[in-house]
Design a protein around this ligand. Sequence first.
Ligand code: NAP
Length: 253
Amino acid sequence: MSTENLEKVVLITGGSRGIGAACALLAARQGYKVCVNFASNEQAALDVVKDIENIGASAIAVKGDVANEADILHMFAETKSRLGLVTGLINNAGILSKEGRLDTFSAERIARIIAVNVTGSILCAREAVKAMSTKHGGKGGSIVNISSVAATLGGPNVYVDYAATKGAIDTFTKGLALEVATEDIRVNGVRPGIINTDIHASGGRPDRVEELKHLIPMQRGGSALEVAEVVLWLMSDAASYVTGTTVDVSGGR
Ligand code: NAP
């Protein structure tokens, strides 16, 4: 179906920084009203909202941990009441942890990564399906799940737990896409490679892009905007016959 005549409203988890923030700005430029979800960095989220308002578009910032179901319900309710019925979800919020081998990882670390990256994405998609599905009286929409090339590489010696969560996301993208294919919802994924954002610092390696760029066929890291361009294309009517697939945005890696 075409979303051409629908008011476009997108909820972006982790929209305050990095790839999510780039998606938020690009979505606003393409006519979406944007809910910028953030976990703790309110100032960053408010800066994104301000940048969007400066180009004459509408946005709200909503705090919420995607590992918490009540927070997810709150962010969807806020989006509906302040911007309108959601027509797009970008499941972007994701975390990794310090690099290392599996035999050094705590149960808490592994559980947290799974809760944010997998359970959070699945619960957000559940709420999006309830809002969008023609089966539930909705008008359709599009979901894009942010995976990682780590899903195909496995992340040995750095973060096999994180990589496994992204493998789960790829499987979820395929399954959900098939489940809702006749309900005017398309579900796709994007697998970024090594992208210039803050996430590498949270893995204990702020210079990761420079250090590893020789492994990338294009010999450089990507920008958040280069990922956002593909995400927004998948969201758009230009991709109206594309569902259940995941696109690598990784400079060939
Ligand atoms: P980032 O720069 O670290 O930004 C992470 C964003 O997610 C922030 O907006 C953060 O909010 C939010 N967030 C973190 N935990 C959250 C939670 N529990 N609930 C809600 N929001 C949460 O990360 P990024 O590099 O842009 O990564 C975005 C996505 O791309 C992730 O799924 C990541 O796995 C994936 N990815 C990134 C790369 C890369 O090289 N950068 C490569 C492959 C895949 P606050 O601002 O409040 O902290």
